[in-house]
Design a protein around this ligand. Structure first.
Ligand SMILES: [Zn+2]
Ligand SMILES: [Zn+2]
Length: 285
């Protein structure tokens, strides 16, 4: 069951500016009904008032957000290889296309038919095919590219701001200005202190498996991981970080394991692993 989502223009632009998230939060339970492998199509409104196609999120996982999370209880995660953000500049207005879909969009201004709970709608397979067809020739949004997070974090852990800046400079074309500026200015300065705090809080242990290199080898080998990835706009703050061993860290990044707030667990392709040790409060960002 594919879905159609009306993405309010300013929220769409903010998501891009802060690092394309490749996920969607909503309070509408349709987000839990969509199947893995189905598409959620999003359209938005440009600053010049045109309705355009913004994204096709091919669902890879569905998780819950913490209670009271301001963007809603449900989250779907897009498959990074198959999901795509479309370039909105230069697209024609798609109001007529939306009216051809089975969703009832009768209001003269399309957006008004998609307010509040109605922002998410079911689509039929025929609707989906129409959108696939339409999207075939739309260029992709170059800013929706992810930073090589593992590499970024490795350099941050070295505590070498120049190495971090070099990486961001090399990757610059894909990162929106606001995000790049934030990473340049904030990341090298703030991060090492948080990592230190985490290591003290957990005595250097992996929160997932309890591995304790501090006692075994007298070295701090566990690493901080940002639950909401930095490069996708996550906060560089303790409430968005966990301390985990290098093996778990690699596994999370290589599989892009979503974090499920329902039971504080990471969803790996074959199983779910929850945090065994938890001494600080995490907050969704
Ligand atoms: Zn571990
Ligand atoms: Zn990480």
């Amino acid at each position: 069951m594919p879905l159609l989502y009306h993405w309010v223009g300013k929220n769409y632009r903010r998501d891009l500016d802060w690092g394309a998230g490749y996920h969607l939060n909503q309070s509408n339970p349709l987000l839990q009904e969509i199947y893995v492998g189905d598409s959620l199509w999003a359209f938005t409104r440009t600053t010049t008032g045109k309705y355009v196609l913004a994204m096709e999120l091919v669902v890879r996982a569905k998780t819950r957000n913490p209670n009271g999370f301001r963007y809603g209880s449900y989250r779907i995660w897009g498959d990074l290889k198959r999901s795509r953000y479309f370039r909105t500049e230069g697209q024609p207005d798609i109001s007529e296309l939306i009216r051809r879909l089975s969703v009832k969009a009768n209001s003269p201004v399309i957006g008004r038919s998609f307010q509040g709970h109605a922002a998410v709608r079911r689509l039929t397979p025929a609707d989906h095919r129409l959108l696939v067809d339409y999207a075939r020739h739309i260029p992709l949004e170059p800013r929706a590219r992810l930073l090589p997070e593992e590499e970024l974090e490795a350099r941050i852990l070295l505590g070498d701001p120049d190495a971090v800046s070099n990486l961001i400079t090399t990757e610059a074309p894909g990162i929106a200005d606001e995000r790049r500026q934030y990473l340049f200015e904030q990341t090298p300065r703030r991060n090492p202190r948080h990592v230190q705090e985490l290591r003290e809080l957990y005595g250097g242990m992996c929160q997932l498996c309890g591995w304790n290199p501090k006692s075994q080898y007298r070295r701090n080998l566990c690493e901080a991981h940002h639950v909401h990835w930095l490069s996708r706009g996550g906060d560089d703050a303790l409430h968005n970080m966990v301390l985990i061993c290098p093996n778990h860290h690699r596994a999370i990044h290589r599989t892009d394991a979503p974090f499920d707030w329902a039971d504080a667990s990471f969803l790996f392709p074959k199983n779910r692993e929850s945090l065994q040790i938890s001494r600080h409060t995490l907050q969704a960002t």
